[in-house]
Ligand binder design. Structure first.
Ligand SMILES: C[S@@+](CC[C@H](N)C(=O)[O-])C[C@H]1O[C@@H](n2cnc3c(N)ncnc32)[C@H](O)[C@@H]1O
Length: 284
């Protein structure tokens, strides 16, 4: 079997061969410094910080040197071995050799600083930001630039994204050129910061119900409000809702921001008959 084929099948993505598991390592000291500085202002006391997809430790090492409690998650045994060798026996770092999507997240509040494999971005965000029970507090993420734009776009018309943003504030701080990585990815990257809102715009207990409402309402984002939600609210209830939203009933539902969606949700819980609440969406 050729080296390339072997790499593809065993998932190692070793240097110099096909890179299918997103092993684009950060090699630009200035870019790394800027990410760690963003984390510095968020790191609190002894709270754990996860480096998801730690690779050879471009981010884990400087964080470890600052004395932060780091959980370095890496599913490639070869990478994890290199990281172990580099770190020696630093008591403030634990290397977790496993798939980040299957791992048990800390119960205590935690942060994430990570240059994540682009291929798992959405699933990882869903795990961290989309799970109501998650103790995830803040994150500084290197993601594909396109994903950073999508995740921070206003207004938001993707129900899953909207669900994350009801609980977390998402901001893109800067872009990173593809030249800052080795091997070079096909696209540029960006840094996205996530911060848990002091108060979620929808209570955690209502997250699934909200997701069902958002998925239903946004099935066609160009629909006027009264039409998109016409089967959830009665005509008089829609009047109350439109007044609360301070807008016109013909406005496209896709133009609502997070605060207005919170009003839609509250109004549904308060006035709409339960039999008309959209059914919960099954999680993938
Ligand atoms: C983009 S690289 C970042 C490496 C390092 N943090 C850096 O910035 O140089 C992503 C890393 O995540 C690892 N990885 C890919 N999928 C993973 C998964 N599901 N769970 C944990 N690690 C994963 C890859 O092996 C790779 O080392």
């Amino acid at each position: 079997m050729s080296k390339q084929k072997r790499t593809f099948r065993d998932g190692r993505g070793a240097e110099g061969t096909t890179n299918f598991s997103g092993q684009h390592l950060l090699v630009d000291g200035a870019a790394i410094g800027r990410i760690v500085a963003l984390a510095q202002s968020r790191a609190e006391g002894d709270r754990p910080i996860l480096d998801i997809g730690a690779g050879k430790g471009a981010l884990t090492v400087p964080m470890a040197e600052r004395g932060w409690r780091v959980l370095a998650v890496e599913n490639d045994p070869a990478m994890a071995e290199k990281l172990r060798a580099k770190l020696g026996d630093k008591p403030n770092v634990r290397i977790v050799e496993r798939n980040a999507l299957d791992m048990r997240l800390p119960r205590e509040p935690f942060g994430v600083v990570a240059n994540i494999p682009f291929a798992i971005t959405t699933r990882l965000f869903d795990l961290l930001l989309g799970t109501p029970a998650s103790s995830f507090e803040w994150g500084v993420f290197v993601v594909e630039r396109g994903a950073a734009y999508r995740f921070t776009a206003d207004p938001v018309t993707d129900p899953r994204l909207l669900g994350w943003r009801m609980r977390y504030d998402l901001k893109m701080t800067h872009t990173i050129s593809r030249d800052s990585f080795a091997p070079r990815p096909r696209v540029d990257a960006a840094v996205l910061c996530a911060t848990r809102r002091k108060r979620p715009l929808v209570p955690d207990g209502g997250a699934e119900r909200f997701l069902a409402l958002a998925a239903h309402g946004l099935r066609e984002p160009r629909l006027p409000l009264f039409e998109a939600l016409g089967d959830v609210f009665t005509a008089p209830q829609l009047k109350v809702l439109c007044r609360a939203l301070g807008g016109d009933r013909n406005a496209a539902i896709g133009t609502l921001d997070e605060k207005r969606w919170a009003i839609v949700y509250e109004t549904m819980c308060r006035y709409a008959d339960r039999s008309r609440w959209p059914r919960r969406v099954r999680r993938k």
